[in-house]
Unconditional design. Structure first.
Length: 267
């Protein structure tokens, strides 16, 4: 799967995938990747690390993170609300990982076993599904915290960059512009443009389009809406603009992506 932004209220998303590539973003969820094959370049709050086969990637809530695919890869990804593990809220609120990559996680086979069990429960429909998911996640973190180093963070206001990214993530399906961000966040639109270019190496339009295209990929893969419907749904004003942005980011047309994707992976 291609990780994509969605504003729906969903406590957990998990899936196998084979193309881990996404622009800098942040959210209130925990994001976790177990790399099964290949490797990907990751950034968290500006820190670079290579995610290789047998490693685990993790970002805590409101950490700015990014993937640059070396493709193809094969991985298992989880994006879930800290609210699932309420008893661990103090950890997710007051600490962040020293490094976003836990190397050689394969040496602790129980970690993959627990994550696979979460996936199995996620795909089931029995009455104890949610209880199973919570139990396996608890067991996973009980083991992970033995080998993962954390560092204490000071409670502070979000940086302007974080505020900008949050605003974009909440409004990219609308008629979003530098002027609207400037007015809403009470900051110069020129400063917004400069900050994005300096910190994440993307212009404003390219960043907003990356969020739109990533969500469009999810709709193309998993829903039967027409391409035109999807284009307007994710925030584009014309199908031509959508097609041009899609090709720029994905290297192929939306039609080709939908017909020739290879996301139905054997686990």
């Amino acid at each position: 799967m291609v990780p994509f932004y969605e504003n729906k209220d969903r406590d957990l998303l998990c899936s196998y995938g084979n193309r881990l590539n996404f622009a800098p973003h942040l959210h209130n969820h925990i994001e976790l990747v177990y790399m099964l094959e290949g490797e990907t370049v990751t950034y968290v709050d500006g820190h670079k690390a290579i995610l290789k086969k047998g490693d685990i990637f993790i970002s805590f809530p409101n950490q700015i993170h990014q993937y640059l695919s070396n493709g193809p890869e094969k991985y298992l990804i989880f994006i879930f609300s800290p609210g699932i593990l309420k008893e661990m809220t103090h950890i997710f609120k007051n600490y962040i990982p020293e490094s976003q990559v836990i190397e050689d996680a394969y040496k602790h086979p129980c970690l993959f076993t627990f994550l696979s069990s979460v996936t199995d429960a996620y795909e089931s429909s029995h009455e104890f599904r949610d209880l199973q998911i919570k139990g396996y996640l608890f067991a996973f973190f009980a083991e992970l915290l033995k080998i993962m180093k954390l560092k204490l963070i000071k409670a502070s206001n979000l940086s302007m960059l974080q505020n900008i990214l949050i605003y974009c993530s909440e409004n990219y399906t609308k008629d979003l512009s530098l002027d609207s961000i400037s007015e809403s966040l009470h900051v110069s639109k020129y400063y917004v443009s400069h900050l994005l270019k300096e910190k994440i190496n993307l212009g404003f339009s390219d960043y907003v389009n990356s969020l739109r295209i990533s969500e469009a990929c999810g709709h193309l893969l998993y829903e039967d809406k027409t391409i035109t419907e999807i284009a307007y749904l994710v925030g584009f004003n014309t199908i031509r603009t959508f097609n041009r942005a899609f090709i720029k980011q994905m290297g192929i047309t939306p039609t080709y992506f939908r017909k020739n994707n290879s996301y139905n992976l054997d686990n």
